[in-house]
Design a protein around this ligand. Sequence first.
Ligand code: DPP
Ligand code: ZN
Length: 883
Amino acid sequence: PKEIFLKDYKSPDYYFDTVDLKFSLGEEKTIVASKITVFPRVEGSSSPLDLNGVDLKLILIKVNGKELKEGDYYLDSRHLTLPSPPSGKFTLEIVNEIQPQKNTSLEGLYKSSGNFCTQCEAEGFRKITFYQDRPDIMAKYTCHIEADKSLYPVLLSNGNLIEQGDLEGGKHYAVWEDPFKKPCYLFALVAGQLESRDDIFVTRSGRQVSLRIWTLAQDVPKTAHAMYSLKAAMKWDEDVFGLEYDLDLFNIVAVPDFNMGAMENKSLNIFNSRLVLASPETASDADYAAILGVIGHEYFHNWTGNRVTCRDWFQLSLKEGLTVFRDQEFSSDMGSRTVKRIADVSRLRNYQFPQDAGPMAHPVRPHSYIKMDNFYTVTVYQKGAEVVRMYKTLLGTQGFRKGMNLYFKRHDRQAVTCEDFFAAMRDANDAEFANFLHWYSQAGTPVVKVTSSYNANAHTFSLKFSQEVPPTPGQPVKEPMFIPVAVGLLDSSGKDMHLSSVYHYGTLQSFVSNSQPVLSTVLRLTKKEEEFVFCDIFERPIPSLLRGYSAPIRLESDLSDSDLFFLLAHDSDEFNRWEAGQLLARKLMLSLVADFQQNKPLALNPKFVQGLRSILSDRSLDKEFIAKAITLPAEGEIMDMMEVADPDAVHAVRTFIRKELASQLKSEFLSTVQNNRSSKEYVFDHLNMARRALKNVALAYLASLEDPEITELALHEYNTATNMTDQFAALAAIAQKPGKTRDDVLADFCSKWQHDYLVVNKWFALQAMSDIPGNVENVHNLLNHPAFDLRNPNKVYSLIGGFCGSPVNFHAKDGSGYKFLGEIVLQLDKLNPRVASRMVSAFSRWRRFDESRQKLAKAQLEMIMSANGLSENVFEIASKSLA
Ligand code: DPP
Ligand code: ZN
């Protein structure tokens, strides 16, 4: 396999102007004919034209209407090359054959539930026809589709429908034209038996846009929330960024078999049905929230991704980091900003931090890849979004908006780079961004240490920072980063002090403001070590650091436990109240882990219990915030902080604390459950979701107790639930403990929902993630369950992915979890390399564990590496993990 490097980027020698595609869809074979107008980048040049093509059968090739003979071109398993095309503009016509019905990779053109659909990002278009499959080739497309009318009554592609009609032999056709030029990764085609929910959105300039959400007929009733989400997203992008939709039609199609969450193809988004279909009975609050976020995400790509796209795949974060940031902001505005921030930061810590500290660590803009598919990562997406968020933190809402406006003004309809985005932000604001670009090129989570001191005579308060970016593969030494640290200072009553000025290396920054007092400021760290001194501070403050999590770093401060309890109780920055609780919980868990490893008895600090009790009973707090604040850091997060990760110890400690809290706060938890039961009618709004979230966290705590009364309660909740959120939470609570009740309720749930594959996936995931000892065998058996299918990514992510997320069973000491995954990866790789490589990633942090686990995991990786015909996808992850 060949590694591709950012530094080797070259502009293409040829551009494409127009692309006419014609598809004859069939059961045995599909014929694709393309007619492309080609022109050289440099007039008169005649370098070879190299087209990508994989799994294609070439039938015909013509240049300027003249058929080429063998010898006029070269063909291998990945390329079609014209060694000496005509100089100047010419037309290229190609006819090839494909077999979508056999395509299990779910890239290119394939079938899902009998319907045809496509997935081209990143490099799937080359499985449809021969093409320069790279995002800087932007062309105008028309797409002519022909198919059997009764089997495929609906024919869709990008843009506007300009013609349709019947043909002989029971066939029909449709012609679509997309007026916007686009890279081929945004091409889409759908053909099948689908029904739509239709609606209309009127843009702020008065344009009527038809909205259609397509699904299998029986699922149309479940698209109401998706439609609501789409309209909300369209309105939000107008209000917040002044961005309007640019065509008269917007289609979304839901398909059951899909590698990713969704895809932003121009005006024809294709979605994993998990992220479209919802009803109160079948989808949880988390599903509803995910649908809102992802419908928003894909819609927002219309500007950040489609109108302005990436020059090359190394720039992926240009569109993904920015669009994740936009969907995060959208969801914040539609719900609770603090709660959304907490969820996003938890995700970063639980998934991105481990990646950034492991063998697959890469910068937000990677320097190289073997298979681009492997770089659709939490680093590119979530850390990328944090990088965009930092611009906003530094520039303010208006400054950020100015930067966005300039970005579109300069780059509309272009394929650009991360530097272009940086330059737009900088130039629109005349900003000084120092070494900010390191965020794109240096991997690893920066560690920032801060110590504070108060000088009572001088009335100054000093914060001394030092920063270090850990070494990562290929990057042993790092430069200091530009880190915005938002800070406020609390007085002894817990109120924010008014900040007057801060000294930094001879510069005094004054906050004299004639309007509002300044209660928070953003310090700009740019050096390895530096000091900031606040003036006119008349008592020792408690600093609230990194407010709102203003940079994606690990912050180590000298705050004492009592400082943290104080912040937990008083900080005006709600995110930091939660953070203080988490810091206390992490410290507590790490110290108990040490006790556990030394066979000392475990005991819970009463102050911690008291802290949680007061949060739990604070009626001024948002209920979903309370739910988050009383949730302990995940096991992975604690393992990530240990020298040698010890899944058994971490699990034992977390279980101990949960149980101890449940027993000491039992009456509070019981009344929380009783007081927050759902109303009969399901309402998707923050208030109602918050009630359910809090009630279900309380129920989960209670269910950790061995207590028949609680089992009764959980059964009652299960039987009386009127929505999936409550029903599933009760099921999960009951499923914590092995035994007959668990078995009965799991069986009941399965028989109740066997007709609904999305609900059945939840049932798979719940069992897969279970910490019940020896669960690997159960998961093994579930592979043979009639509802399971290794070819469907959602099922794999639920069952196999769920299992790998269970620290105790995946990392079972006897290696049974590793062995299970090793076998599955090889089976999966034959069907769908992209899904297989996601699964094999679970091995990548094997060096974090003890020697015996290391040996067992390494053996599996070596076994995988020695397999014949391994895909590039799995090869890249497995070989980098072993390196
Ligand atoms: N469809 C994926 C996303 O939107 C890749 N573009 O993130
Ligand atoms: Zn995206």
